[in-house]
Design a protein around this ligand. Sequence first.
Ligand code: ZN
Length: 241
Amino acid sequence: MGTHKSIKVADDLYCYVWQGRGNNCNSVLLVDVLKGTRPHILVDPGHVRNEAHEQCFDSLVDVMEQDGLKMEEVGLIISTHCHPDHFEASEIAAQKSGALVAMSCEEEEFYRQVGEGFFGFFGSRPPAGKVSLFLKEGVLSVDGTGGTGISVFITPGHSPGSVSLYREEDKILISGDVVFQGGVGRTDFPGGNPAQLRRSIERLAALDVECLIPGHSMGPEDIICGKRAVESNFQMIRRLV
Ligand SMILES: [Zn+2]
C-alpha cells in the first residue's frame, strides 16, 4: 500500500497527501481536539476506491496507523464539500468510528438535490449515512461546547456550500477545493459559480496564513508554507478567476 504521504504540519495536525495514480483528495487529521474517547477530527476522508481501483480509504487507515492514530478514535468527520473524492469514504469512516459527519447546511441541501448524482456520474455509490452536524460560519462547536479553536468559513464557488477551516493559533488554513498551489477549484460542475469563487478567494486571502493545506496537491509543493509563499500564491491565482 502506501499511496498517502504523511506530513506532520503541527504537533497535533497531520496532512495525508494523496500520491496515487488516480484521483483522491488530501485528508487532514486534527489530533486530540474533542473531549472523550474519540478526540480526533478528520477532514475529507476522500474516496473509498477511486477510478484507478486504488483502495484510498484502506491507505488512509494504514498511514494514520503508522502515525499511531486510529480511525476508531475519530469523533468528527468534516467534509469540505460533497464531491466523491472528498466525501465518499465518510460513511465507512463513520461506521468504523461512530463519528459525527459534518457539512455546511448549504452543501447538504445541494447534496440531496444534485450532489448524489455526481456519484453515479463518477461511477461510485453515494454515501447513505446522514449528515449529523451542520457547520455554520464561526468557531466550530461540537455539542455546544465550543473550544476547538477552529473557525469555519463558508466559501462557495467550487460547490455551493464548500467550507474552509482556519486555526488562528498557528495560522493554518485548510482550503478544500477553493485554492490550490497555482490553481483554483473548477466551477464548471453543477453548483459551481465563478463570481462566488472570486469572493471566497478574497475572504481567504484576507486571513493571516502561515500554512495553506489545499484539497489536492498539484503544484511542486504538497502544502504551501510561509506567509510570503501563501500571499504570492493568492496573488497569482487571482488572475485565474
Ligand atoms: Zn471538488
